[in-house]
Design a protein around this ligand. Sequence first.
Ligand SMILES: [Zn+2]
Ligand SMILES: [Zn+2]
Length: 114
Amino acid sequence: MLTLEIDCPVCGEVLELTEADRAELGVGDVIVCDSCNAEMEVTRNGEGEDFELELLGVLTTCPNCSEEFEVTEDMLDAAPVVEGADGVTVSLVDCPHCRAKIELEFEVVEAEED
Ligand SMILES: [Zn+2]
Ligand SMILES: [Zn+2]
């Protein structure tokens, strides 16, 4: 069975879509990344590799005010990225509710590290 592998545009996690998965997906449907909760809308779902997604946003919960908000690709593009001492890369975005600076940590998946 053909399985399509898609790299999550946010965290790099590989999302596997089987033919059966794709049969259930239509244009406009939303896929959520298991690892970072990024939402991606299906913009094409044809034969074989003819498949495209558009990143909608990442739903996150503000640790300061506990409100959920969506982090979009535009916000991420504009957000400063800082690397911590432990090598963890975080993006700083503003919570739209309380304006707190939220550190978003995305698991950057390194290919086989052993
Ligand atoms: Zn992801
Ligand atoms: Zn907040």
